[in-house]
Write a protein that binds this ligand. Sequence first.
Ligand code: ATP
Length: 360
Amino acid sequence: MSSVTLDHVSKRFGNVKGVEDVHITIQSGEFFTFLGPSGCGKTTTLRMIAGFYFPSAGRIQFGQQDVTHLPPHKRNTGMVFQNYALFPHMTVFENIAFGLQVRKLPKQDIKEKVERAQRLVHLEGYGERRIDQLSGGQQQRVALARALVIEPQILLLDEPLSNLDAKLREETRYEIKRLQSELGITTIYVTHDQAEAMSMSDRIMVMQGGEVQQIGTPYEVYHRPVNRFVASFIGETNLWEGKIVATDGNLIRVQVAPEIELVGDRANASAIAKLQPGETVTLSIRPEAVEEAGEADAPACNQLAGVVEVAEFTGASVNYVTKIESLQLRSMFVNRGSRVKQAGEPIRLRIPTESIYFIG
Ligand code: ATP
């Protein structure tokens, strides 16, 4: 297996910026994800690693080997495309065997390797089926087997689950993760789906407009977002504007509405947050961090009275949108069977000091 280094890599298409100055090292055996909205440069970056595009600037290395200008077939990468790019009239066996036949391996070797790849993705006994006789999920597994059969040092996956329905997508994401850790293969995964990225990755690179916003573990990008974009793109959050009115050691008092002051902790802040009195800051408050204050609780720090605007029961959780003066607060509670409030009912909520995250 191999590490992958992108050394200040950029790609321009004429006047269009594809990606700019991507600088990362993906460790050998790591599951690394490029995450961002449509057009942010994920696929362009992946295609440069595969060799389908050459960078306009910068260098790419696999381990110690400089591959910047190496053609795709000399890179030993396995790739799964969004539409799978299988040959529809050929059999499962023929599709998986294709890369090995191009490499002119002996017949018996090909048979053994294809059968092993079929077992890996649980497609034993499907060798003679034609691709157009398979379900979407099965086709996806053929594409994965075809990428793995050549024993690549790096596996590249470009939105491989987007053609599957929600349930199958979830199952397949565990399956891919299982395979990856079993084989220990360096894997680069492209998606715009933050839940997919969070659940599968060792680290995530969040991109926007061709630029890297943040690189970190799922925990880091969720709990320590570097800016507003990352905070709102990863999971759900409440973003409130506030003005710092006072600081007292680690405690920060911030006004978020004419009648509402909250207290946060200086330790929970991104590097760009200016935490001096008079400064304006953005606060990020995750819905699941909000607590419901009991009727009998004495008024306390960060307790807010509001009216439920929207109540949503999902089965696993109860979600409220609450109006508090001029503000809206989304909250999410694990459903433990208690009564769900209706729109129009009063509610008292509490935002724990440590759950307020200051962004610049
Ligand atoms: P999506 O999720 O929609 O595939 P993406 O994040 O993968 O989006 P890219 O396909 O990498 O984004 O595109 C990044 C930018 O580069 C976009 O502005 C896109 O229009 C542009 N781009 C990509 N490929 C080309 C090309 N071959 N020619 C010209 N512009 C391109």
